[in-house]
Every structure is written in structure tokens, then in C-alpha cells.
Design a protein around this ligand. Sequence first.
Ligand SMILES: NC(=O)c1ccc[n+]([C@@H]2O[C@H](COP(=O)([O-])OP(=O)(O)OC[C@H]3O[C@@H](n4cnc5c(N)ncnc54)[C@H](OP(=O)(O)O)[C@@H]3O)[C@@H](O)[C@H]2O)c1
Length: 338
Amino acid sequence: MIKAAVVGGSGFIGGELARLLSRHPKISLEAITSRQLAGQKVADTHPFLRGYIDLTFSESITGHGLDVVFLATPHGASMKLVPEIASSGAKVIDLSGDYRLKDPQVYKEWYGHEHTDLENLGRAVYGLNELYWDEIAEADFVSNPGCYPTCSTLGLAPLFANGLVEGGVFIDAKSGTSGAGAELTKATHHPMCGASVNPYKVGRHRHSPEIAQTLTLLQGHPAEVVFTPHLIPVVRGMLCTMYLKLNDDLTKQDLLEMYAEFFRRKRFVRMTEVPWMQAVIGSNHCEIGLDVVGNRNVVVMSAIDNLVKGGAGQAVQNCNAVFGWPEETGLDFPGLGV
Ligand SMILES: NC(=O)c1ccc[n+]([C@@H]2O[C@H](COP(=O)([O-])OP(=O)(O)OC[C@H]3O[C@@H](n4cnc5c(N)ncnc54)[C@H](OP(=O)(O)O)[C@@H]3O)[C@@H](O)[C@H]2O)c1
């Protein structure tokens, strides 16, 4: 068994990581941190872990001889913590936005402050697992993608990688409220969002440049992305509906065959006529469907659980790659259904 710790364990992603790691056959969870809840039982904050995790929150992770550390901390906090953890020799998987954007100027523009850890920024491997497995398998430090970028980029990758997109892409994205974390905010307060669908951060969400960065790399020239996220009245789950124009006359069948080839042997991507968010909730799966409508217009739909494939699940999948285990290790279970 390898030894793991979660930093930022009292939040939604930290709890989800603990849930997945508690049943992982090759990982022993040794420590979970929370500065505010240090000394309290983890299962008191995350009752679903009763009988599975008997740890108390600690302030630090030192003294455990760790092999891997998952950081479930906010952006800005991660880049202060990573240098010391990485120098301890442990592999690091960071779930924040701190190491996803490769250009520090772009990071500053979208996150509003300077990047203070350029050394680790330079060596971080972007952990969009289905696209970069080989690079992740060689990495000591993985930057886990954002939830919206995971959902949308998986749906779009075959089209951009095959150079089939004329112009840019419009992404209409919907997320459950757990995407905003455990901290209370007015926007995620139940009366504000529990019976409504609310667009937010139109044209200025930090996941826009992250999506554009990957699509640009895939097609080899700048990708234009118009991304509008919405909060919907569910807790988990995310669905992106994406619109673009093809630069060639291809049928739906042509595209389905291309997608099947692109995601061949990828355990967690499944093609379906119409993705159903509820079918992936609680699981690490991504469901993708598409259609060709009228004159070269394509609609792609993609669904994930933001906390699993969009966060903790993909982090475990990346950990599996780093340690050379099959991608589904500890993750091979279906969604909830209803
Ligand atoms: N929610 C999602 O769907 C989702 C999906 C993908 C990625 N992510 C990313 O994953 C990270 C965690 O998200 P979340 O939703 O779990 O957030 P959250 O619920 O707000 O939890 C944040 C955690 O970080 C700890 N923390 C905060 N500041 C810290 C600091 N300076 N040093 C050490 N620990 C600190 C908090 O505990 P204490 O304050 O007690 O230490 C808490 O345990 C974020 O970067 C987020 O963007 C989230």
C-alpha cells in the first residue's frame, strides 16, 4: 500500500477524495488536514465516512512518510503549499487552478495575482487523463483540470484534434452548486438558487482560458471559446451543450466513428445518444452525445459529476497513472441513476 494524505479535507472535494481513497485497494489514507477543524473527527464533518475513516483532522501532514499528497485547497493557497510538499519527495496532485494555465501572465490576468511558484508551474503536467495519460504516468506533479474544462474538453477534443472546427465554439454549461465549494456564499444560498437557473461570470469565468489552452494545443492554432456557466438547482452534476461549425461535410455517423476511435479503450468515456447527468452522478464516467444539424452545425453534449470526474475521481485516476495501475483502480463503479 502506498501512503497518501489530503490537504483541505474538510471541503467538498476533500470529503470526496476521502470517500474514494477509503476503498482504494492500493492506497492507505494516513492524514487529512483542516486548519479550522484540527483535532475533530473527520467523520463528524463527513458523516458518510462513518465506519470507513477513523482519522481526525490534523493541521499538517508531516511525519507520515507519504508517497502522494492530494491538495484540495483553493487557488492561491496551493501554490504556497506545493514547493515544500514536492521537495519532500512525495508525488503531488493539485486540484486547484494554480498550475493549470501554463503562461504566468495569463494566470495573473484571470486569477488577479502573480504566480509565486514558477518552478513547479513549469513542470506540472495537466491531468486531463484521457488526453495525457502517457505524460501523467511520467509525472511527479499533476495539475488536475477544472470541472468545466474536463466536461467540455472531453466532449470537444476529437473535433479539435482532427482539425475539423470552423471558427470557435460556444459552450453552454450547467453545474450543481457543490462546484462552488463548502463555503457559504449568497449565490449558492438555497433561496437564491434552489428553484432557479442562474448564469454567472459571463465571459469572465477562470475556466475559459483553461479550456481554450487545451483546445488550442489540440488543433495547433488559437481556439476561440465563448463559455457561459449556469448554476442549476442540483447539488452534484454538470452538463455542457456545445455548438460549433464543421469545416467539412461529415455525417453524424462519421463523427461517432471518429469519437469511438479517439476514446478507444478509455474506461470512463462512453458515447450515448443523449447524455443523462443523473447516469454519471456518483461515478467517474463522462457521457458524450452529438448530432449534426443543418449545414455543418454540430451540437455536442457532455455530462460528468463535478466532484468525481470533475475533481476527486479524476485525481485518483491520475494517481493510478502516476503509480502505473489500471485507470479504473478504486474507481470502477456505476453512477447512481436517480
Ligand atoms: N467543488 C468542485 O466541484 C471542484 C471541482 C474541481 C476542482 N475543485 C477545486 O478543488 C479545490 C477544493 O474545492 P472545494 O470545493 O472542496 O473547496 P472547499 O469546500 O471550500 O474546501 C477547501 C478546503 O481547503 C482548506 N483550506 C482553505 N484555505 C487553506 C489554506 N490556505 N491552507 C490549507 N488549507 C486551506 C479548507 O479547510 P480549512 O480552512 O479548515 O483549512 C477546506 O478543507 C479548489 O481549488 C477548487 O477550485 C473543486
